[in-house]
Design a binder for this molecule. Sequence first.
Ligand SMILES: Cc1cc2nc3c(=O)[nH]c(=O)nc-3n(C[C@H](O)[C@H](O)[C@H](O)COP(=O)(O)OP(=O)(O)OC[C@H]3O[C@@H](n4cnc5c(N)ncnc54)[C@H](O)[C@@H]3O)c2cc1C
Length: 393
Amino acid sequence: MSAISEFRAETRAWIEENLPKEVAGQPDFFSGGTKGQPQSADHRRWFEACYERGFTVPTWPKEFGGAGLEGGFAQTLRAEFARAGAPAPLGGMGVTMIGPTLLEYGTDDQKTRHLPKVASGEIRWCQGYSEPNAGSDLASLQTRAIDQGDHYLVNGSKIWTSGANFADWIFCLVRTNPDAPKHEGISFVLFPMDDPGVTVKPIVLISGESPFCQCFFDDVKVAKADLIGQENRGWTVAKRLLQHERQMISGMGGGAVGGPREGLTDLGKRWYGEEDGKIASNAGREEITGIDIDSRAFNLTARRAAEENASGSTPTFVTSMFKYYATELSKRRSEAMVSLYGTQGVGWDGDDFDRRALGETRTWLGGKAGTIAGGSSEVQLNILAKRILGLPD
Ligand SMILES: Cc1cc2nc3c(=O)[nH]c(=O)nc-3n(C[C@H](O)[C@H](O)[C@H](O)COP(=O)(O)OP(=O)(O)OC[C@H]3O[C@@H](n4cnc5c(N)ncnc54)[C@H](O)[C@@H]3O)c2cc1C
């Protein structure tokens, strides 16, 4: 038996023994932190079993709480989780964004202080990139950090900070040299959200929910020990983290959130009628089949890319392509679903509406946000034009 086959058999048996049946097939959105909890006691049991085995961050080194799985082993674990319907025990920006970035750019001290607390779900992170006047043109950010010897004093404001009201720490872009060209005066720092100079104001959306916040920093003290990479070279670190973010978003591009999804083809048959087992409208069939074919082609391409990346190398500019395509495809699919639900597709709440249609309407609205978060679709196209196709600026 090869080492991978042995690992597969072992992992399958372990999952069978440890995955509570109430959790199988049920997603969890646990991002860790002092203010969060897995969604049920069974989910917590699953989380704890995974943590003990290094499976909350399976590809990280064991010394930081991972399982040290590389290449084919990591893929096998993913495949076995998928086979059993096992949800990821832990998500959020610690696992998907700042953790991998620290593994590459952090000092030993920074890795040792921060990574184990991500793996154990103790600390939840948020992202301080966007500002009121710096979104797509992120490098024009103005939050200022002034050198005070062993620390910086940070003043300014960040906006659209997802989950800031639940986060314990923030990774943040600050301007350390206002006189340098804009990309060359930025530093990447970390600090706790309970500093007395941090004020977090949730932004209430039309839905009544507040998935993101505006953060204000007044003389926030940031230890130099939490400067990642070199001072004024934070843009390089920031770009790498965005690649991790885009990779994560493209993995979510299938739009699993927002309730159960009825098959597009079934819905098409209900709307247009059915003839010989097919959707009884050429135009409707063409649209729906086109989306299905593109989804399958995308999933295969994503799988091939993951296999080619089995060596565990870090993501590249190509993540822009996956982020762009996954989120636009998800939006296209949701738009088709909502229009096929007809008047049911315009509901927000209430017993008059089909539960699945309500879920789909929310997925549709959330899907639009996916084409903006982590850099808008237009920005991804600009990156692809410049970095992959080599077109002039
Ligand atoms: C769900 C969600 C979660 C988010 N979470 C976070 C977070 O946790 N932390 C954080 O820092 N930020 C977060 N953001 C903010 C996000 O990064 C910005 O919204 C995004 O980068 C766009 O910036 P903007 O909103 O300022 O739009 P703008 O930059 O003002 O863009 C407006 C429009 O102009 C287009 N545009 C701008 N420049 C160009 C160009 N050069 N070429 C072509 N078109 C262009 C854009 O594509 C867009 O359509 C989040 C956003 C969303 C939607």
